[in-house]
Design a protein around this ligand. Structure first.
Ligand code: ATP
Length: 521
């Protein structure tokens, strides 16, 4: 041997270990790259869901299944494919060198690959069967855990003495998910045992053939056994890589299908349909003969309902708890599709600004909270922000905060908190900030004190006639500002008209508000 040959041998033998460690590191890097790419895509999927898709638990379960499979299946795809290529190359090389010594042994060693491939196919099938099943429990566990994790809900749970119970429920849901994993692992174990046994018999056959049939000399036999052992290792990694690929391929297909399905649904399921209203030119939105039920078993919530919002007017929907006011607003603004009847709108999505009944207290800075709908557009200026804060009578308070508009909300972020009424006013300011023609306000002042409420209603009145307002209110005296009032009772429209008329009429309107002070402020 020359010095160069020895050197080459040293590099090849000594280099294999660091080389394989380097390949592992690159594999891991590839997995992480894919993992984050998929994670960002799932975040975008969550962001693009329409309100009706969010209400459909099977759609949300599918997204959760995709989310859960990212660290396991989705990001393994590329490395599994690479492993298969590597393992097959090794297997082919070993087959050709073993075939020189004993063809039968080479064939048997190669055949020993098959039981593993078959076993992993079964495992893949099982994984694909159980993955979507665990998604509903995993989503529930995540919800329960998040309630414990977030400061606001976590504090409420501690005060209620309910945190321990939430922890138990979360663990119970995780146990269900773990149960699915155990099933998958048992199938993996059984498959590995059976296919391993079959492979062992074939390898034993290959060794016997080498020893007794081909009578390979002892020095060659040692090399041949080494070859067989290497072949086994190669076929093993080919089998598992193939299994991973088999397991992840249908999940990836499912994931792609979900992505396309959501895209199609989002297009066909547009929240507001800009249809031409058939009625008067001044009608902005209108529903005619609408029946609505949340589901077949829930029963009809809105019955043969017809109402309209005219341009430049304040329209109020009133009624007892559960009468269907919020539902009517959601149907009118295209958030819910009625089973019967028609909804018409002259307004595009950006021309309607909605403030829901239960506003979410997003813990952002005040500027971020107010600017939330405008990030894809031009962000509002400081001047615009202060103007809406003035309108809702919150400017004074915000000026007193340490960082003004950039004050962080939420104590868990070392920020500050607001009172219930202040949060509501901040959300109202966000709605006013838009240049929408129609403001839809579901009980916008339910947490606001009487004096502030009075100012807010005067402010809303001054927004008309440039803008129109559709609102739900429970306070009798605020209805003085309404140009038209619709009274719902158990989903039926039972009375409508101007405040003064309804107030002086014997009927459900008077009855609903008889205990309240009509003339406040
Ligand atoms: N997502 C839902 N699924 C099934 N039923 C619902 C759903 N949301 C509301 N409901 C039911 O529909 C009916 C009308 O509810 P809605 O929220 O429209 O009433 P509301 O008049 O706004 O009441 P409140 O004054 O208490 O806000 C109620 O009986 C309620 O239980």
């Amino acid at each position: 041997m020359t010095i160069w040959e020895v050197l080459l041998l040293v590099v090849v033998t000594g280099g294999i270990m660091p080389l394989s460690a380097m390949v592992d590191a690159l594999n891991l890097r590839l997995q992480f790259t894919l993992r984050y790419a998929y994670t960002y895509e799932v975040i975008d999927i969550y962001a693009s869901l329409t309100p009706s898709q969010r209400r459909d638990s099977s759609t949300i379960d599918e997204v959760q299944a995709a989310h859960d499979s990212i660290p396991f299946n989705l990001s393994w795809q590329a490395t599994s494919a690479l492993n298969i290529i590597g393992a097959f190359t090794t297997a082919v090389l070993l087959f050709s060198s073993l075939a020189n010594l004993d063809l039968l042994a080479a064939v048997l060693v190669t055949l020993s690959l098959l039981p593993q491939l078959f076993g992993y196919s079964l495992v893949a099938k099982a994984e694909n069967f159980y993955w979507p099943k665990q998604a509903a429990s995993s989503r529930r566990a995540e919800y329960l855990e998040n309630q414990l994790r977030y400061a606001r809900s976590g504090t409420e749970l501690s005060v209620l003495n309910g945190a321990g119970q939430f922890a138990n429920w979360a663990k119970a849901k995780h146990e269900i998910v773990r149960g699915y994993w155990i099933k998958i692992m048992s199938i993996r174990f059984t498959s590995a045992f059976v296919s391993g046994l079959a492979a062992l018999i074939l390898i034993a056959g290959a060794l016997s053939s080498l020893i007794w049939r081909s009578q390979v000399p002892t020095d060659m036999l040692a090399a041949a056994i080494l070859g067989v052992v290497s072949a086994m290792l190669a076929t093993k990694s080919a089998g598992s890589a193939y299994g991973e690929l088999m397991a992840s391929a249908p999940i990836v297909m499912r994931y792609l299908k979900l992505r396309n399905m959501l895209k199609v649904n989002a297009e066909s399921n547009s929240v507001t349909q800009a249809l031409e209203a058939p009625g008067k030119a001044e009608t902005l939105i209108q529903c005619q003969d609408v029946d609505f039920a949340y589901s077949e078993q829930d029963g009809t919530v809105l019955k043969d309902l017809s109402l309209e919002v005219e341009s430049g007017k304040i329209v109020a929907i009133v009624g007892a708890n559960g009468a269907g006011k919020s539902t009517a607003i959601k149907v009118l603004t295209g958030q819910l599709k009625p089973q019967n009847g028609n909804v018409y709108s002259r307004l595009g999505v950006s021309e309607v600004a909605i403030m829901p009944q239960d506003i979410e207290k997003f813990e952002l800075t005040i500027r971020e909270f107010l600017s939330l709908p405008y990030y894809h557009n031009q962000l509002p200026s400081d001047e615009q922000l202060w103007l809406v804060l003035e309108k809702v009578d919150l400017a004074g308070h915000v000026r007193g905060l340490p960082n003004g508009l950039d004050t962080q909300l939420g104590e868990q972020w070392d920020g500050t908190d607001l009172s219930g009424g202040q949060w509501q006013r901040l959300a109202l300011a966000r709605t006013l900030l838009s240049d929408a023609k129609l403001l839809v306000l579901d009980e916008p002042t339910s947490s606001v004190d009487a004096e502030s409420e009075s100012k807010l209603f005067q402010m809303l009145k001054s927004e008309t006639p440039e803008r129109s307002v559709l609102l739900v209110s429970h306070r009798a005296w605020t209805l003085r500002y309404a140009d038209k009032i619709y009274l719902l009772e158990d989903g039926n429209l039972v009375q409508s008209g101007a405040f003064e008329t309804l107030k002086d009429q014997e009927g459900p309107f008077r009855k609903l508000f008889e205990s309240q002070d009509w003339s406040h402020k």
